[in-house]
Design a protein. Structure first.
Length: 236
């Protein structure tokens, strides 16, 4: 998904486990003229539904970085939510290594790299697994009650959560030099707020943290305010 102005300034969004680019559809109305909104589409969903899902964060980032590097160089702010935060981080490293480090990395609803607390959630039986997902609030009630849709979505979400659970940062990775901004949804049961400061270790360019209402899916609360804050991180 790409909306907005010319490709001079871009906000690139990375969705959560099981999510697709459409998760950031409401952001388009909040992006000002002159800024492009782009959303990464992982395999196995949206217009890539026919492709098998990829259960490896580094591989997901490699595909995203390759696509971004095909575009003309320009200012980028990366925003990743939950699993997307790790994919965005790895993508930022690849862009940096290619000489196109983003203006800023924004990470949301995610423990620092390698700090995921529940690494076995993707192994739970279908009913228990689905109930946990629905309780987080990221699945529309109409979808939650549709058995056929559930059966279609479960393999993709399991694959994403397996990618999250098995991800480990590469030893000896050189820190980024761009600023990192961390967004925490108050009451998020998947994130231990007192550990979020460890995100500071991934950069030498400064770290800030903010708390927003809305729990794990705080990104649907005050979208305009969130987008404005993200743009400020890149000086936009």
């Amino acid at each position: 998904m790409t909306t907005g102005g010319p490709l001079g300034a871009r906000v690139v969004c990375f969705p959560h486990s099981g999510g697709s680019g459409i998760a950031f559809g409401e952001w388009s109305a909040a992006v000002p003229p002159g800024v492009s909104l782009m959303a990464v589409q992982y395999p196995g969903r949206g217009d890539r539904f026919g492709e098998p899902p990829v259960d490896d964060v580094a591989a997901m980032a490699g595909c995203a970085a390759a696509e971004l590097l095909r575009l003309p160089p320009g200012d980028r702010i990366l925003f990743g939510h939950s699993l997307g935060a790790l994919v965005a981080y790895e993508t930022a490293l690849l862009l940096r290594d290619a000489g196109e480090e983003p203006l800023a990395l924004c990470v949301s609803a995610a423990m620092p790299p390698g700090r995921m607390t529940n690494r076995s959630v993707h192994l739970a039986p279908d009913d228990e697994f689905w109930a946990r997902l629905c309780a987080l609030g990221g699945i529309e009630p109409a979808v939650a009650e549709n058995a056929e849709l559930r059966d279609l979505l479960l393999p993709v979400i399991r694959s994403d959560l397996r990618a999250h659970a098995t991800y480990r940062p590469r030893p000896g990775t050189r820190p980024l030099s761009c600023p990192v901004r961390c967004y925490h949804g108050a009451g998020d049961p998947l994130v231990e707020q007192d550990q979020l400061a460890e995100w500071a270790s991934v950069t030498s360019g400064g770290f800030t943290e903010t708390v927003r209402p809305g729990g794990h899916f705080h990104v649907t609360t005050d979208v305009a305010g969130l987008v404005a804050d993200v743009l400020r991180q890149g000086g936009k």
